[in-house]
Ligand binder design. Structure first.
Ligand SMILES: [Fe+2]
Length: 280
């Protein structure tokens, strides 16, 4: 298979900003069932935890790796000519089983620079009873060593990546996650979950879908409290703005003055908040 790929971006400014806030972008049931069935059959004959051979199957590359909706979102976040997966992992488990420890995957960095993405593909339905991946929204920009988070159990505001077969979840690599418990059920079964990465090769620039309504001065950088954030949303707003500006190729303009200034949109009777970086 070719190493790089390019396609039209599918996310607009607001969707890219939301991905910066949450640290992930969910796509439900985007892979056709015919491809899901072939993937399941492949994984029944290759039960390895690293079935990278599937990356050489044309039907899999076209239907999953270059899936139009997934690739369009990845193109939006990683820029043109992004690098395709080089390794395939299968988190194949027999359930019921207990939850994993919360963790970030090995070699995670905490940075506003989005240079790769970690993607999960469900070849089969994954219900809450089957121990779906649990993630903590916004945690990709919250530094913590694994030693400091592994003892946590239920975390308020976490989200479960359950979903129908053919769902693809695109995440920032450093997002806190774990396999959730499947002990709620006595039913036995096998759950497959494929995981793979994409890589940035191009310098960041705002070449996704431009929304004319988007205004850098007043954009909603502050995460909604409805997200159930585990973290300080005020500090998160600065981190989100920095990541978004980096993606736009405008990181040299990023500067915050703190208090009631940008990126918070606190101006109630002015057109824009104080502290908007010049030229934005
Ligand atoms: Fe993991």
């Amino acid at each position: 298979m070719k190493t790089y790929y390019d396609c039209e971006p599918t996310l607009n400014d607001f969707a890219v900003l939301e991905a910066c806030q949450r640290g992930y972008h969910r796509l439900e049931a985007v892979v056709p069932e015919e491809i899901n069935a072939r993937a399941r059959a492949f994984l029944e004959t290759n039960t390895s935890g690293e079935p990278s051979e599937i990356l050489f199957e044309d039907w899999f590359v076209e239907g999953v790796i270059k899936n139009p909706q997934a690739a369009g979102a990845i193109r939006s976040l990683l820029g043109m000519n992004f690098g395709l997966p080089i390794l395939m992992s299968n988190h194949r488990i027999e359930y019921p089983t207990s939850a994993q420890e919360w963790h970030r995957d090995g070699n995670s960095k905490f940075t506003h620079e989005l240079r790769n993405l970690q993607v999960f593909y469900l070849p089969q339905d994954c219900t809450m009873e089957m121990g779906p991946t649990e993630v903590l929204p916004g945690s990709h920009l919250l530094y913590s060593a694994n030693d400091h988070i592994k003892h946590l159990d239920r975390v308020r505001g976490s989200e479960f990546m359950s979903g129908p077969a053919g769902s693809i979840f695109i995440t920032v690599y450093s997002l806190w996650h774990r396999r959730s418990s499947s002990r709620r059920t006595t039913t036995k079964g096998v759950r497959n979950l494929l995981k793979y990465n994409y890589f940035r090769t191009a310098p960041p620039q705002r070449d996704w879908i431009i929304d004319p309504e988007f205004d850098f001065a007043t954009a909603p950088y502050l995460p909604s409290r409805d997200l159930g954030y585990y973290r300080d949303v005020w500090l998160a707003a600065s981190h989100v703005a920095e990541m978004f500006l980096w993606l736009c190729g405008k990181h040299q303009q990023f500067k915050t003055e703190g208090g009631q200034t940008w990126p918070l949109n606190t101006a109630r009777f002015l057109d824009k908040p104080y502290g908007v970086p010049p030229g934005l």
